[in-house]
Design a protein around this ligand. Sequence first.
Ligand code: B12
Ligand code: SF4
Length: 504
Amino acid sequence: MTHSPRTLLINPTITSRSSARFPLSLLHLSAALDRTGSSQIIDGNVDRDLMGETCRAIEQNTFDAVGISVMGGPQMEPSIAVSKMIRERFPALPIVWGGYFPTLYTDTALGAPYVDYAIRGQGEESFPELIAALSNKTESKLGQIGGLSWKNGDTIVHNPNRRFTLGDTGLVLPYDKLGDPRRYLARTFLGRRTAAHQAAIGCRFRCTFCGVAAMFGGTTALPAVSRLERDLSYLKYELGADSIQFFDHNFFDREEEMIPLLEVMAKLEMPWWCYARSDALLNLSESSWKLVRKSRLRMAYIGAESPSGQMLKEIRKGTRPDQTLEVAELCRRNGVIPELSFMVAPPQNTEEETLHTFEFIRELKRINPKSEIIVYIYTPLPESSKHEKDRGKHVGTPLLDLNGEPVVFPKTPEEWTQQRWVDYACHADAPWLTDKLRQHIRDFVTVLRCRYPTAQDLRSPPWAKRSLSAMASWRYRHRKYDRPWELNLANRLVRLRMPQVSGL
Ligand code: B12
Ligand code: SF4
């Protein structure tokens, strides 16, 4: 006799309670699991006693497995801690890791004694199949589950990849599993109750540095119009959301396919934020821009990456620096703030590229002073983490550290928790960066963000922002970025916010 499988889903803590957004990965998985069984969600961003909550849930229920969502960077440490605790206290309970980390670093994840299975890519189909095999004790079927990596004795087996799909259960996500879902609606510059949502999945581009390309390998799937309307209407009319932050990997796809989706959004008129590409925005016709304006797009996060056409070619970005400048102007005309991200300090021509980027940013600010700028350190993915279609192709020059030694990436999840690797995963530092250049980048960012405080900062009073901007203006004008001690001091008092990583 088969029983109805039960799964515990965990989102290890990565951000503060006030910054918590719907844990969309777990909501999607939960909807899929509940078709044939049931599931419970623990969100470490909201349930701050992650260990205690997990322990209590397992003691009070019988689960067939625990699924943990793991992203590289600051989420590694709590992911390891909760997995170890489960292994020690409930050794018979299978532990499954899914999400970006196990997709990109599958062998590293499965090398850990507290990870039994890794699901690569989307989990909506693979995970329920795995849970069914575990609960029915039909482990002989493991080899047939697409996207699953598992341990067969001492060998790690990687089943073939699975196709990406946007299956629809016909229902909205099971938000009520989060307790009161309204506590996930946040006050942002978009509105008083901003909800996070993902409409389409994937991205048709394959930029060599990008985790999305490593996961999706250049595929994308857009939602049906009816689904988008149903989901957004639920968020607006049932939960009371007044604005939307789209987590779509790349919101604007081909224009003809976007028009019906934009029409839905123009009908709902909820201010929104999304990821976009400069070429896609530049290719939109005036009638589509009319829809975009009506739908109230407030800000678009655009990966500008570099002012160098050569570098953009090398990383297979597919856009040009002149398009970045053009899109800043286009956004200005249409009342959309472009949030432009750059990757400075690449492994080659490190200093020259960085200084060139600073000048380019100044030019952008001249064209559209409202442009928000995000400065990351360029930290390419290890070759082994790329999508299988891209592995071994477009291999850059070997990465060397400051001593000219090859950069050796971590081999265990624990090594990924070392500060230098957390910084690498967060694009905050790289082994080829000198102390002097690192400091220079920090100083430039300080001067820039004081001179142009982000529109996303709701905390600092307008007078404080104006004073800081005035204080920073001479440094900015005369390019005196180094040692901005007075701005650092004033900043400590005012606590200006940075434009956010991965969202608002
Ligand atoms: C929301 C978000 C965050 C949130 C936290 C989310 C959370 N876990 O609570 C915040 C803002 C805190 C965050 C932080 C970071 N993020 Co982030 N984030 C995202 C974002 C925008 C959306 C994630 C999401 O909800 N997707 C929707 C759901 C449905 O998809 P999903 O998460 O991929 O889940 C599916 C599969 O992965 C899989 N799956 C996921 N979990 C599990 C678990 C199990 C058991 C199974 C079986 C399957 C499975 O199945 C799910 C359903 O299909 C993505 C970009 C994107 N659009 O995905 C970046 C993204 C995941 N982040 C990324 C990164 C790098 C970061 C940072 C580490 C660094 C940075 N500079 O941004 C920071 C940390 C910064 C810091 N200093 O703290 C990268 C990861 C790429 C990589 N190389 O690993 C992404 C892809 C952004 C990007 N384009 O580079 N992030
Ligand atoms: S366009 Fe953006 S999301 Fe798509 S692969 Fe390139 S960087 Fe990643």
